[in-house]
Design a protein around this ligand. Structure first.
Ligand code: NAP
Length: 302
C-alpha cells in the first residue's frame, strides 16, 4: 500500500530546501511520503491547476512554505503579493476543508506594527505596516476562517540559511567587497535559522496539535547591526573573512526602503517550547552552524 503524502510547497525556497534536507532521517518519512512542489510544478495562483493536482495526489497534509517574499517589491506589486499570500492560501484551505486535509502554514513577524516593546505573543493584535505584511495576515485569516479545526500557523522572523538569498549571505558578500558597512540599528527582531524552524515544523507534523498560531525564532532580541557584528565574528572565526570591516550603526531613516518595517518585531516562542517540550536554541550557536554550512557549500562548489 502506498503511504499517505505530505505536500510541501515552496520546496526550492530556503525553508523548503531545509525541511526536505531533514525529511528522510525523520520518523515521519516512515509513515508519509514527502511530495516536493515549487512554482514550476504547481503555480499556487492557478486555482484550477492546483485543485487538479491536489485531487490527483490527495495529500494528507499540506505544508505551505511558498510565499511572495519580496518585501519591498510588494509595495509596487500588491496584486501579485496577495495572489500568492492570500488567495492561494484561501484556495488550499477550501480544498483541505473538503478533503479532511491539515495545513501547516508559515507566516511572518511583519504582521505586527512594532509599537510594542516586549515580545509579541501569538494572540497579540496584528497591524501590518507593509503590503507584504498585510498579504500574509490576510492569508492567515483566510486559513483560520476556512479551515478552523485543521490548520496551524507558524510565524517566524529574519529567516536565514545556507540556501537562497538572506541577510547572513548578503553580509558575507558585502564584507568581502567593502571596507565599511552601515547597518540599521533601530529595528529589533529575532534571527531564525531555517534549521531550527524545520525541526519545529517536523515536531508539529508529528503531533496533532490544537489549531492556532505558534511563534518560532531562535530567541534573540537584537538589531540588524548587532546581528551583522555577530555574523562578521563568525566569518572571521571560521576563516571565511581574513580582515574585519568597520560596521557602523545607522538609523532606518538613513536606509530608506519601499516597505515600512516594524521597529520591534521580537516574537515570543514560549508557547511552542512548552507545548512541544523543546529545548531553547541559542541564536549564536545556530548562526555558527549556518556559517559552517555556508563554508562547506563554498568548498564544495570551488
Ligand atoms: N525570509 C524571511 O526572512 C522570512 C521571515 C518571516 C517569515 N517568512 C516566511 O517563511 C516562509 C518561507 O520563506 P523563505 O525565506 O523560505 O522564502 P523563499 O526562499 O522566498 O521561498 C519561497 C518559495 O515560494 C515559491 N513561490 C513563489 N510564488 C509561488 C507561486 N505562485 N506558486 C508556487 N510557489 C511559489 C518561490 O519561488 P520563486 O523563488 O520562483 O518565486 C520560492 O521557491 C514564507 O511563508 C515567508 O513568508 C520568511
Amino acid at each position: 500500500m502506498t503511504k499517505p503524502s505530505i505536500l510541501l510547497t515552496g520546496s526550492r525556497g530556503q525553508l523548503g530546501l531545509t525541511l526536505a534536507h531533514y525529511w528522510s532521517a525523520s520518523d515521519l518519512a516512515k509513515k508519509f511520503e514527502l511530495l516536493h512542489y515549487d512554482i514550476d510544478e504547481m503555480d499556487l495562483t492557478s486555482t484550477s491547476a492546483v485543485n487538479q493536482e491536489l485531487n490527483r495526489v490527495m495529500p494528507h497534509t499540506i505544508v505551505n512554505t511558498a510565499a511572495y517574499t519580496a518585501v519591498d517589491q510588494a509595495e509596487a506589486e500588491r496584486d501579485a503579493a496577495f495572489a500568492v499570500n492570500e488567495h492561494a492560501v484561501a484556495n488550499l484551505a477550501d480544498w483541505a476543508a473538503a478533503h479532511d486535509c491539515r495545513i501547516v502554514h508559515v507566516s511572518t513577524d511583519f504582521v505586527f506594527d512594532g509599537r510594542q516593546d516586549s515580545p509579541y505573543g501569538p494572540e497579540d493584535i496584528a497591524a501590518p505596516l507593509s503590503i507584504y505584511g498585510a498579504s500574509k495576515l490576510a492569508g492567515e485569516q483566510q486559513l483560520a476562517a476556512r479551515l478552523p479545526d485543521n490548520h496551524v500557523i507558524v510565524r517566524t522572523s529574519w529567516l536565514y540559511s545556507e540556501y537562497g538569498k538572506n541577510f547572513v549571505k548578503t553580509m558575507l558578500r558585502l564584507m568581502q567587497q567593502q571596507e565599511e558597512l552601515g547597518v540599521v540599528a533601530d529595528q529589533i527582531g529575532s534571527p531564525t535559522s531555517t534549521h531550527t524552524l524545520a525541526a519545529f515544523l517536523l515536531s508539529l507534523l508529528n503531533h496533532k496539535s490544537k489549531p492556532g498560531i505558534y511563534h518560532w525564532t531562535d530567541g534573540a532580541s537584537i538589531s540588524w547591526y548587532e546581528f551583522a557584528v555577530a555574523i562578521q565574528r563568525e566569518y572571521v572565526n571560521q576563516g571565511m573573512l581574513n580582515r574585519k570591516v568597520m560596521i557602523n550603526p545607522i538609523t532606518t531613516a538613513e536606509y530608506p526602503t519601499a516597505a515600512t518595517r516594524p521597529a520591534y518585531s521580537v516574537l515570543d516562542r514560549n508557547k511552542a517550547l512548552v507545548e512541544f517540550q523543546l529545548e531553547e536554541s541559542s541564536w549564536q550557536e545556530e548562526l555558527g552552524q549556518v556559517v559552517t554550512r555556508i563554508k562547506q557549500g563554498f568548498v564544495k562548489s570551488t
